[in-house]
Design a protein around this ligand. Structure first.
Ligand SMILES: Cc1cc2nc3c(=O)[nH]c(=O)nc-3n(C[C@H](O)[C@H](O)[C@H](O)COP(=O)(O)O)c2cc1C
Length: 208
């Protein structure tokens, strides 16, 4: 077994994180730029943290060389709201395009060909191609520093959930109907075409 300290260059820690925390869910975060255009970018340091209030969180990390904040963080600090969209097998290539570092204020919807859809509560646009969209109001911003690689945890309260009828059945979202994609190490992505079901033991079964 090899053992490492974590006080070296951040790139080593980053590789431990992305090589171990697998597969990672992907949030496609939409925000409003200061000039009124839309910003859209994928984040795989992402998860859900509370059902009521309904809280989700994700973490943009500071840019590799400059340590600059990503546009998504700058926009959320100013606007205090965002939309979480989800990536499917069909939209993965276009979402991947949205991770391109464009100039500040440039619209990733226009760049990628994805379609902005007006939200009901927040100013940030929804991604029309996403079968599920969460409109979120900012709850917390926790900064872990300003060096390259330092993360900022952003949490938001989901104030409106939109689910396409085609993926919603008897009060549940059906995975097979929308085929979400996950993120791997390096440039890997994960497909959800072959889920494996494992039933959990009930308390009664253990006590037998
Ligand atoms: C699938 C995928 C997941 C990503 N996850 C993250 C992440 O969790 N944190 C991060 O800082 N960057 C992540 N990136 C890179 C950002 O999407 C990229 O830096 C983007 O340009 C940021 O956009 P912004 O400057 O408009 O906020 C990811 C890229 C891809 C393709």
């Amino acid at each position: 077994m090899l053992s490492f300290t974590t006080d070296e260059d951040y790139t080593q820690n980053y590789k431990f994180l992305i090589g171990s925390i697998l597969p990672r869910p992907i949030a496609v975060i939409s925000t409003k730029n200061e000039n009124g255009t839309n910003n859209l970018a994928p984040f795989s340091f992402f998860n859900g943290f509370s059902a009521k209030p309904m809280i989700v969180g994700f973490a943009p990390i500071r840019r590799p060389n400059s340590g600059e904040k990503k546009d998504t963080l700058v926009n959320i600090e100013r606007e205090k709201e965002f939309v979480v969209n989800f990536v499917t097998e069909k939209t993965a290539d276009l979402v991947n395009l949205c991770s391109t570092e464009l100039a500040v204020g440039e619209d990733e919807f226009e760049f990628s060909g994805l379609t902005p859809l007006q939200s009901e509560v927040v100013k940030a646009a929804r991604m029309a191609e996403s079968p599920i969209q969460f409109e979120c109001v900012l709850r917390d911003i926790v900064s872990y520093g300003d060096e390259p690689g330092a993360g900022t945890l952003i949490t938001g309260e989901v104030v409106r959930v939109h689910v396409d009828e085609s993926v919603y059945e008897e009060g549940r979202i059906n995975t097979a109907d929308w085929l979400p994609m996950g993120r791997g190490a390096g440039n890997d992505w994960f497909s959800t075409k072959n889920p494996v079901e494992k039933k959990r033991l009930t308390k009664a079964q253990i006590q037998k």
